[in-house]
Design a protein around this ligand. Structure first.
Ligand SMILES: [Zn+2]
Length: 316
C-alpha cells in the first residue's frame, strides 16, 4: 500500500472514499500527540471536507474521521458485544455494508450504515446515541504483580451529529491501523436491514427527547429531568462541549452522573466513597437508563474531624 509522504493514509484509501464526499462529512483526525481527536475545532458544525481538501490542508492527519450523521454506526467493543448482537439476531458477519476493522483486535470493529430519509425521519430529532455495556471493567494483575484495569466491553449505537468515527488510518493506542475487509469497503455502504433498524427503533423509544409543547431545550424523559443539567465540561471524564456532552449535574450541585462511554469514561475501579483522583468527587453507585450506563458521584464533604486536621496541617 503506497503511503502519501508524511501521512499514514494511502492514495487508494482516499480514492475509495471520494465518491462519498458529497453525502458524508469527512474530517481530519489524529495528530502526532493525540490518537483520535479531530484536527479542527467545532467539527460538529462542519459540513465536511472533500478528499482533495483533506490531502492538501491536513497532510499531518494520521487518520480520517466521519461525522455520524446521516451515518448510523454500530460500534462493537469486545467479544461479549459481538455475542450480544448475535443473540439479538444481528450477526455482524452476515450483513453487507461498510465495515471498519482494526489490525490489532478482531473483536473491536464498526459497521456503518446510511439510513434512508424515511428511516432517519423515524428517529426523534433524526438522532440517537446508545451504549449497552456487555462486560464491566475488571481489576486484573500483570505478571509483575501490578494492578491494572481491564477495559469493559460494550455495543454502542449512534447516529448523532456530536459524534464521529475514524474510518481509515492509524490507531496509535494499539500501534495498529484500521482496514476494510475485502468486499466491505465504502462501496458496500447500505441502508440498515430490517432487523438492524428495528433494534434502533426499539432503542429510540427510550432515547431522551423534548416533551410535546415543552421548551425544546428541556429534556423530560424518565432519566433527564429538569433536575439534571448536561454539563459542558465533565470534571471526571474530561468530556468537553464537542464530545457529545452526556454527563449531568443535579441542581443541588452535589451529585454528578458521568457517562460510561468508550472514549470518555469515569474510572471504574473505585470503591464506594473513594475519591476520583485529583477531584473532590466520591464514587457512589452505578446507574442505568434505557440508553446507557452512568456512574453517580457525590461531592465529598469532609467530616468536622477532617476539617480540623486540614486546618491544623496548614497551620503547622
Ligand atoms: Zn463524565
Amino acid at each position: 500500500m503506497a503511503l502519501l509522504p508524511g501521512s499514514s493514509l494511502s492514495e487508494d484509501t482516499f480514492s475509495r472514499i471520494q465518491p462519498l464526499e458529497d453525502r458524508l462529512r469527512f474530517i481530519p483526525t489524529g495528530s502526532k500527540d493525540d490518537g483520535k481527536k479531530p484536527l479542527i475545532r467545532e467539527w460538529t458544525k462542519h459540513p465536511g471536507f472533500t478528499v482533495q481538501e483533506l490531502q492538501k490542508q491536513f497532510p499531518q492527519a494520521k487518520s480520517v474521521g466521519v461525522i455520524t450523521q446521516p451515518l448510523l454506526c454500530f460500534d462493537f467493543d469486545g467479544e461479549s458485544a459481538v455475542n450480544h448482537a448475535v443473540l439479538n439476531d444481528r450477526n455482524p458477519d452476515y450483513v453487507n455494508t461498510w465495515r471498519i476493522n482494526r489490525t490489532t483486535d478482531p473483536n473491536r470493529f464498526k459497521l456503518l450504515f446510511l439510513p434512508s430519509k424515511v428511516q432517519l425521519a423515524q428517529l426523534h430529532n433524526g438522532q440517537i446515541t446508545h451504549s449497552h455495556r456487555t462486560q464491566d471493567a475488571t481489576k486484573g494483575r500483570t505478571k509483575e504483580g501490578d494492578d491494572v484495569v481491564i477495559k469493559g466491553e460494550a455495543e454502542e449505537i449512534f447516529c448523532h451529529p456530536g459524534r464521529q468515527v475514524i474510518v481509515a488510518g492509524a490507531h496509535p493506542a494499539s500501534g495498529g491501523h484500521y482496514f476494510w475487509p475485502v468486499g466491505y469497503g465504502p462501496e458496500a455502504l447500505s441502508a440498515p436491514p430490517k432487523e438492524w433498524w428495528d433494534y434502533v427503533l426499539e432503542l429510540d423509544r427510550d432515547y431522551p427527547r423534548p416533551a410535546a409543547g415543552a421548551n425544546k431545550t428541556v429534556s423530560t424523559s424518565r432519566f433527564a429531568s429538569r433536575d439534571w443539567q448536561r454539563i459542558e465540561h465533565c470534571p471526571i471524564c474530561g468530556r468537553g462541549p464537542d464530545d457529545n456532552p452526556l454527563c449531568q449535574l443535579h441542581r443541588d450541585g452535589e451529585t454528578l452522573r458521568c457517562f460510561l462511554g468508550q472514549t470518555f469514561s469515569p474510572p471504574t475501579n473505585l470503591e464506594p466513597g473513594e475519591l476520583v483522583p485529583g477531584t473532590d468527587w466520591a464514587f457512589s453507585r452505578v446507574s442505568s437508563s434505557g440508553w446507557g450506563e452512568f456512574l453517580t458521584f457525590v461531592k465529598d464533604k469532609p467530616s468536622p474531624l477532617q476539617k480540623l486536621q486540614t486546618w491544623s496541617h496548614r497551620n503547622v
